[in-house]
Design a binder for this molecule. Structure first.
Ligand code: GLU
Length: 491
């Protein structure tokens, strides 16, 4: 198959790409790269009414973010361009005319109102929906009359009234449609734009696409496409329909299930390497157990055979877990780079980043272990940057201690910290462990008191590391603040 593989990702810019769209792009990309073939991006912008501003940008940004580079398409060009269907209208028009002249298509003059009535009637009679072929056999005189009335027609395909259309889908196997279940679908709309069916077939042929890999929702379009290939005397590509991504309730993944736009995931701080790995494993697997796979391993091992036939669930816990794994695998510098934009959005952290980058660099390794996504980092690090913690007396007085013993402990720690040299993790531990015994406290009690004093929280990164990074000055200030609070309570 090498060199002959040419696949395409053909999004319509009718919205921002969601995880389902991008997974289709990823499967195509992996297949192309595995076989040393070409990955083409083609923008199917023929539905003028549904075009969304900024959607093309979002599509290309999403692909770039995940590193799905394309060999032909927008911004890179290629021999089969243009890669925007709106710039190829002539080709579709010519094809539609050819189909009319050879008797495989016809002009339809039905008004929207007539079609509406027809539909209502079909519903009333519980008949399957579809065009009733009213204009299929108009006489030349009837047609001339409609033309004279100035009605701009659409072009419809003459679907054979009998027979079957079948194809061998590389995932679903033998797929058969009875032709009499298909209506005479539109090829060219009255605005001169082609429909999806016509443009898709014309371009897949013109762009020498070898495999059409797309979501299962398009499977019912495929017999129409095959009839078109046949009428045009063209060899169709191989068809590969893959199952859709499902939400936890097994319904098609949608906004109801949370963020679905791929760029939302970028914003929340999922790493591109996580998304790449995670999306590749929705409905495809190496061996049903391997989860963490590099780009190269995915390229090397990708095969259509291992795409499952059933819809795969979008598992957010797994995504969070996987992002944690990839976050932990970053070097300190990479983590710092990745997290910077998120810190900049936080006032206190942003200021620290500008005034004391070294301090921020020391903090980050303490939370890298715990962050599930980059957007968590400002909250996890907030106490490092706050000038004054919001101390809660209830939490400050830990189990088994009271106001008096807490005050005593903090006073002694304050005194010892003033003299501690060097002020680092090891000396802090060497000081504080025995100090607990000296004060007649359990280590957990003393450490708990200090954790709340230093961070305002009961769960925080390891205490001695945290105190060392905070530094002597901040630690003493925070002890002072806690003592103040206690003093007020006792007053
Ligand atoms: N334009 C269609 C879409 O938005 C393409 C479907 C196909 O791949 O044929 O997904």
């Amino acid at each position: 198959m090498t060199n002959l593989v040419r696949v395409r990702y053909a999004p319509s810019p009718t919205g921002y790409p969601h995880v389902g769209n991008i997974r289709t792009a990823l499967f195509n990309w992996l297949f192309a790269r595995h076989h040393g073939g070409s990955f083409i991006v083609r923008i199917e912008d023929t539905d003028v009414t549904r075009k969304v501003k900024g959607a093309v940008r979002a599509i290309l940004d999403s692909l770039r973010w995940l590193g799905l580079d394309w060999d032909e398409g927008p911004e890179v060009g290629g021999d089969c361009g243009p890669y925007f269907q709106s710039q190829r209208l002539e080709i579709y028009k010519e094809t539609a005319e050819r189909l009319i002249s050879q008797g495989d298509a016809y002009h339809c003059y039905c008004s929207p109102q007539r079609l509406e009535e027809m539909r209502a009637e079909q519903v009333r009679r519980k008949q399957p929906p579809g065009y009733d072929r009213h204009c299929r056999d108009l006489t030349p005189e009837e047609r001339a009359k409609k033309e004279a009335e100035g009605i701009v027609p659409v072009v419809r395909f003459k679907v054979p009234l009998e027979g079957r259309t079948r194809f061998n889908d590389l995932i679903y196997g033998d797929v058969v449609f009875e032709n009499n279940t298909l209506d005479d679908f539109i090829l060219l709309k009255s605005d001169g734009y082609p429909t999806y069916h016509l443009a898709n077939v014309v371009d897949d042929h013109a762009m020498e696409v070898s495999h059409v890999i797309r979501a299962e929702e398009w499977i019912s379009s495929t017999p129409r496409h095959l009839l078109l290939y046949q009428a045009l005397g063209l060899e169709p590509p191989q068809f590969v329909h893959h199952p859709m991504i499902l939400g936890p309730d097994r319904a098609k993944l949608s906004k109801r299930h949370g963020a679905v736009s791929i760029l939302d995931y970028r914003e929340q701080g999922y790493l591109p390497q996580t998304m790449f790995n995670f999306l590749a494993l929705i409905g495809w697997s190496l061996d049903d157990k391997t989860e963490i796979m590099s780009r190269q391993a995915l390229v090397d091992n990708f095969s259509l055979e291992r795409i499952s036939k059933t819809g795969a669930i979008f598992n957010r816990e797994k995504l969070d877990w996987m992002n944690g794994v990839y976050i932990r695998s970053l070097t300190a510098d990479e983590f710092f780079e990745a997290v910077q934009p998120y810190l900049m959005m936080d006032m206190a952290a942003g200021e620290a980043l500008i005034s004391d980058e070294q301090y921020v660099r020391k903090i980050l390794p303490l939370v890298q272990e715990r962050a599930k996504k980059l957007a968590d980092v400002p909250a996890l690090t907030r106490f490092f940057f706050e000038l004054q913690l919001d101390l809660d007396l209830q939490t400050l007085i830990v189990t088994g201690m009271d106001v008096q013993s807490t005050r005593k402990a903090l006073e002694v720690v304050r005194e010892r910290l003033e003299k501690l040299e060097p002020f680092d993790e090891n000396s802090l531990e060497a000081l504080l462990r025995p100090l607990a015994t000296e004060l007649g406290l359990k280590t957990g009690q003393l450490f708990g008191t200090l954790r709340v004093t230093a961070t305002g929280e009961t769960a925080a990164p390891p205490l001695f590391q945290t105190m060392a990074v905070l530094g002597r000055k901040r630690c003493l200030k925070r002890i002072e603040a806690a003592l103040d609070k206690i003093g007020k309570e006792l007053a």
